[in-house]
Design a protein around this ligand. Structure first.
Ligand code: AMP
Length: 508
């Protein structure tokens, strides 16, 4: 089953219903969206000669065209490569290169970054189509293409997730994976009816884009904020204008929305559900969120490799039922979604009993088929049929999972993962730097902020501005350390390993 068929189905059943809004302005009915996706699919094949399985990269801010292109690609049997718009040109270059993208779509704001990225690609530079350009408009003038018959195991979305090795890997999400995610959402995360809508203040290249699918399945509307991003006042105004709204938000976005003080009765009238996840939500923040939003919260835990679909903490478990267990539940990530199996395993792979901490393993139809062109990483992540998440956690006797630490060191700032190794490798490029350890320090707005601990070669010196400039030349701005701390030597254990726990403790 081609996942694009969800749109074809809705276009037939409810052609006149508004399917996509730009803020409060209706953009397309389901019939118009379906027809546009079909024409774009035709254009991708006719004008660009794309063939089933070819990769199409989307380096775009959130906008309605994003949604049209996702479905157009799937309809034509192509594989979407949604790219995090905040990445550095070098990182984007790696994704374009690794996926061997045959075509790149870019919004005007990112055109400069993409052309810089192309400079880093030596061979096979893919053609770029700017949204709104003549090329782009010509695609929509094509004849409607029939929906391509694909196998459930064919790739639909390459989800690039940074690796701890510093090299970003493309989790191959198949049509089956996206369908399982969709069904999991509708079964346990939230109900969706025509007349509801999903708001997209979060990047469409990540969870928000994935959550477009259950809302097409439920024939609800998609609402893309005009700004294309999270803006508390704009979000509040959308909640006053639309009804039955759900949206996905990283915990840090939930806390920023609360501190903006823009949510009251008028906004409650439009708000149905906030699905939060993608990083840890502190119990204190959850309690506060319950006061501000009422019983409208659902937590999910997932990762690119099993998109949005590992556990769920449904709305009912956010209720204080007077059993003294609310904090425990809020501190957990809920139970395994019905569509997956989950166990916590020790280093030998054996299942651990309730209460013991081990690695979280997941199996089921939502789990990726592997990493794109990366058999070693695939073999390491998918062992004996189980996805090894790299997250550590423990189950309680009821089956609620609490995450302890995610393979210890990953920093989650503003809901975005930052892999210390990537930053460390860049800082080590400076000739004065002898040792470096990058870690996260708790931050009230961003969840965590990046701190770098360094020791220098004897007699060497460096200005932090030089280190900033080095980072600016290699990695995305949001990964740059906010603080530098200098040591004669970094603290180490008896094996010579740098003790990040000690550094974190000192920095708190
Ligand atoms: P990504 O692949 O970018 O979506 O990041 C996935 C990682 O984010 C997971 O492996 C977890 O470490 C973390 N994560 C996702 N959801 C949650 C959650 N609800 N609570 C804590 N950490 C989470």
């Amino acid at each position: 089953m081609n996942i694009a068929s969800l749109l074809g189905r809705a276009a037939k059943l409810t052609p006149g219903r508004i399917a996509v809004f730009d803020g409060t302005a209706p953009v397309w009915s389901y019939a118009a969206w379906g027809s546009l996706a079909a024409r774009l699919a035709g254009g991708l094949v006719e004008n660009h000669g794309l063939r089933p399985g070819d990769r199409v990269a989307l380096v775009m801010r959130n906008c309605p065209d994003y949604l049209a292109l996702l479905f157009a690609c799937w309809r034509a049997g192509l594989v979407c490569v949604p790219v995090n718009a905040k990445l550095h040109a070098r990182e984007i270059a790696h994704i374009l290169d690794d996926s061997a993208a045959a075509l790149v779509f870019v919004t005007a704001d990112l055109a400069g970054t993409v052309s810089e990225a192309l400079d880093f690609i030596q061979q096979r530079q893919p053609p770029v189509v700017a949204i709104g350009s003549r090329d782009h408009r010509a695609l929509a003038q094509s004849d409607e293409a029939a929906e391509r018959d694909v196998a459930a195991g064919d790739p639909a979305w390459l989800f690039y997730t940074s690796g701890t090795t510093g090299r970003s890997k493309g989790a191959v999400l198949t049509h089956r994976n996206l369908r399982a995610m969709t069904l999991g959402y509708l079964a346990e995360v939230d109900t969706v009816s025509p007349g509801d809508c999903i708001l997209h203040p979060a990047p469409l290249s990540h969870g928000s884009g994935l959550y477009a699918l259950p809302h097409v399945a439920g024939m609800a509307a998609q609402v893309v904020p005009e700004s294309g991003r999270f803006d508390p006042a704009e979000l509040a105004s959308l909640l006053r204008s639309h009804r039955g709204c759900a949206f996905f938000a990283a915990p840090t976005i939930v806390t920023r929305l609360m501190s903006a003080g823009v949510i009251g009765d008028a906004e409650h009238a439009g708000l149905k559900t906030i699905i939060y996840g993608g990083g840890p939500m502190y119990v204190e923040d959850s309690r506060h969120a319950l006061e501000v939003f009422g019983q409208r919260l659902v937590q999910i835990y997932g990762q690119g490799e099993s998109p949005m679909t590992i556990t769920v903490l449904p709305r009912s478990l956010h209720e204080d039922v007077g059993d003294g267990m609310l904090d425990h539940r809020l501190g957990s990530v809920g139970y395994a979604q019905a569509i997956v199996s989950l166990r916590v395993a020790g280093g030998d792979g054996a299942t651990l009993p309730a209460g013991e901490i081990g690695e979280v393993l997941v199996r089921g139809d939502s789990v990726m088929s592997g990493y794109w062109n990366n058999p070693e990483a695939t073999a390491a992540a998918l062992r004996d049929g189980w996805l090894h998440t790299g997250d550590l956690g423990s189950l309680d006797e009821h089956g609620l999972l609490t995450l302890k630490d995610r393979s210890k060191d990953v920093i989650i700032s503003g809901g975005v993962n930052i892999y210390p190794r990537e930053v460390e490798e860049v800082l080590l490029l400076h000739p004065a730097v002898a040792e470096v350890a990058v870690f996260g320090r708790r931050h009230p707005d961003w969840g965590e902020e990046v701190v770098a601990a360094l020791s220098l070669h004897e007699g060497a010196s460096v200005a932090t501005a030089e280190l900033d400039a080095l980072c600016g030349a290699h990695i995305a701005r949001f990964k740059k350390p906010k603080h530098y701390r200098f040591f004669d030597a970094l603290p180490k254990n008896s094996y010579g390993k740098i003790l990040k726990t000690e550094l974190r403790r000192q920095a708190d």
